[in-house]
Design a protein around this ligand. Structure first.
Ligand code: GLU
Length: 324
C-alpha cells in the first residue's frame, strides 16, 4: 500500500488559482492603484495563475465610460497583461438580478424605503452608549421572503448577529462586526443597478476568482462580501489586502496631493521603467528607485517584502518620476 507523507504533498504543484484586476473607470488611475495592480499581477504571474480583467463600471457615480479604455491602455503601458476578454459589468445585468432573486427568496435582503435624508439623520443621531448599534433601523418584517422589484428601492442585506472572521494573507486575522460598521448594507440600488458589494461577489464567483488582491481600505468590504458568499452558496476567495499609498499628510493618495495619476506622469514623458522603479521600491523589491523592466519587477517581487504599513508618496518620488 502506498502511503503519502505530509512532505510529499509539499512538492505537489500549487493548485491553479485565478486572480482579477478590477479597475473602476473613473479616470483617476493613480500611483497607489498602480502599486496594487502590479503587486496583484506579479502574485498571479509568479504562481502561474490565470489573471482576469473586469471593468467595474457600475461602481458609483464617478464612473466615466470613456475612461475604461484609458485604464486598460495605462495598465498595458506599464507592462501589466491579463488572460482572456474583459468582463464589463454594465453589459449584462442579468447575473446580478439572478443573485438578487436568490437573496430575496431566502429572506436575506429587504427593500429599504428610507430616503437619503432619513438615513443621514440616523447616522448623525447621538448614540446613547447603550447596546443600540449604529446603522439603519430594520423594518419589523425583515427576514421574510420578498419579490425582487428592481427599480423600486434600495435593497439591504441583513448582517449577521456575529462578527465575521477573516484570515487575510497579508493583513492577518481580522474580526469584523458589521453591526458596528454601518449595519445592513445596500446590495441593490434604486437606480436599478447592483451595488458594489453584490456585483463584486457575483463576478468573482462567475470568474472563478480564488485570490482577491486589493487595498486594505476594502477590509470591511471583505466581511460584507463573505456574508454574500455564504448567502449565495459560494466559497469566499483568499484575501490579500495591502496597505495603501498615502500622501505626506498620512491620508490616502487623492487629488489633494496634486496630480498623482499615472496618465499625468506618462503624458509628462516618464518611461514606464521609471514608474516601475518607484513601484518596485513600494513593493520592497529594490531599496531605492532605478529604472527597471517589468520582467525585472517580476523576478525581484516577493509579497513577503511588501511593507506592512502605509507607503508615503513624497516630493522625492515626484522628482524621480519627473526625471530628476
Ligand atoms: N473597482 C475597485 C477599485 O478600483 C476595486 C474593487 C475590488 O477590488 O473589490 O477600487
Amino acid at each position: 500500500m502506498m502511503s503519502i507523507s505530509p512532505s510529499s504533498n509539499a512538492s505537489q504543484p500549487a493548485l491553479p488559482g485565478v486572480t482579477r484586476l478590477a479597475p473602476s473607470p473613473t479616470g483617476a488611475l493613480h500611483l497607489g492603484n498602480a502599486r496594487t495592480f502590479i503587486a496583484n499581477w506579479a502574485i498571479g504571474r509568479q504562481r502561474g495563475w490565470r489573471i482576469v480583467m473586469r471593468m467595474e463600471d457600475l461602481d458609483g457615480p464617478r464612473i466615466k465610460p470613456e475612461s475604461a479604455a484609458e485604464a486598460l491602455e495605462l495598465l498595458h503601458w506599464l507592462g501589466i497583461d491579463w488572460d482572456g476578454d474583459v468582463l464589463t459589468q454594465s453589459h449584462d445585468l442579468e447575473p446580478y438580478r439572478h443573485a438578487m432573486r436568490t437573496l430575496c427568496a431566502a429572506g436575506r435582503t429587504y427593500p429599504c424605503t428610507l430616503t437619503r435624508t432619513e438615513i443621514e439623520a440616523v447616522a448623525s443621531a447621538p448614540q446613547d452608549g447603550t447596546a443600540a448599534p449604529p446603522g439603519i433601523p430594520r423594518p419589523d418584517d425583515a427576514g421574510r421572503a420578498v419579490d425582487f422589484r428592481e427599480e423600486d428601492h434600495n435593497y439591504r442585506l441583513l448582517v449577521d448577529d456575529t462578527a465575521v472572521e477573516l484570515l487575510d494573507r497579508f493583513a492577518g486575522p481580522h474580526r469584523i462586526d458589521l453591526r458596528e460598521a454601518g449595519g445592513d448594507f445596500v446590495v441593490w440600488t434604486r437606480r436599478g443597478t447592483p451595488a458594489y458589494q453584490l456585483s463584486v461577489v457575483v463576478d468573482d464567483l462567475r470568474q472563478r476568482v480564488t485570490d482577491v488582491v486589493r487595498g486594505d481600505d476594502l477590509l470591511d468590504s471583505a466581511a460584507r462580501q463573505t456574508l454574500l458568499y455564504n448567502a449565495l452558496g459560494g466559497t469566499p476567495p483568499r484575501w490579500w489586502h495591502l496597505p495603501l499609498v498615502v500622501g505626506p499628510d498620512g491620508r490616502r493618495l487623492a487629488k489633494r496631493h496634486g496630480d498623482t495619476r499615472l496618465s499625468f506622469y506618462r503624458d509628462a514623458g516618464a518611461a514606464p521603467e521609471r514608474v516601475l522603479g518607484l513601484l518596485a521600491v513600494w513593493c520592497g523589491c529594490i531599496p531605492s528607485p532605478r529604472e527597471i523592466t517589468v520582467q525585472e519587477f517580476l523576478e525581484t517581487f516577493d509579497p513577503a517584502g511588501i511593507p506592512r504599513s502605509p507607503i508615503t508618496f513624497t516630493d522625492k518620488d515626484h522628482a524621480w518620476l519627473s526625471g530628476s
